[in-house]
Design a binder for this molecule. Sequence first.
Ligand SMILES: [Zn+2]
Ligand SMILES: [Zn+2]
Length: 333
Amino acid sequence: MRQLFLQKPLDLVLHEVEPPHPGPGEVTVQVKAALTCGTDLKFYRRGHPRWPLPSGFGHEFSGLVLEVGEGVAIAPGTPVMLAPSAPCGECRDCQKGLSNLCPQCMQVMILGAFADVVRVPAPVVATNLYPKPPELDWWQAALLEPLSCVVYGLSLVNASGTVAILGAGPIGLLYAALARSQGAERVLLAGRHALRRLVAQRLGAEVLPESELPGQAVRVAGGADLVIECTGQPAVWEDAIHAARKEGTVLFYGGCPGGTTFRVDPGHVLEHGLCLKGAFHFTPAAVARARDLLIAGAIPASELITDVYPLDRYQEAFQRLDRGEAVKLGLQP
Ligand SMILES: [Zn+2]
Ligand SMILES: [Zn+2]
């Protein structure tokens, strides 16, 4: 079978590898649809501190169960959708309901969905793997992971009043798609790239004029009760704090390069009564809710998936993504 590897930043190779077989509690999935996301693009550009190169990658996918391991009650041939990691359910974080922060989540994270076949670890099979209902197509079903992250992020905050989203990448646009149904009166979006700005508009966001610092554009527009940082740039993290109104909340979502820091003016935080909150990963409850939202048709997948390429045209797909000319791209084995 084929699997896409990142050799070093910007250097992708489609290797022929031995297909995986499932161990106890595991399944293998024949990939029908795999999507790129912001993490994949960052990985492509600069690698990742957690994942040494060369490495397979891609983690948003759906497909057909191919083989099942001992103790798994799923029939081969079942169409499935999943979120590609799962908590242990036993550690202190899990016991406190913070299963998104469970160390196991990153340890069992599936990397390698840009491939013909993927092995799904037992904790994921047990917790975050679902049958795909026929009303969802493969591409919609592959949106389960990013949507779970956004559902979890919104569960941490009050999204009423004016919500400003900084960054028009896939996650920023998913926040834009969901914020209104969570109670937002106005959804402002500050971000770059013509296509992504157009998609934001179609999703019902008020797109702000392009500005070097997106928070500044929000400030000019009157500020926001909730500011959601979705760029992963330290300068924007700093800037986001100044886009929030008094008693507002800043939700930080975008992961910055390892080793970077950002500055906060303590007086500004105190005198504005700000709440600064980080949102990391997702919980199984968020995955279940995200699946319900997909089934209810709450997410316009066709707006978010700009185009679909056969897997062997990965080069073209990643170069296009790198140029900012797509929201998400599909890779089809
Ligand atoms: Zn993702
Ligand atoms: Zn745990």
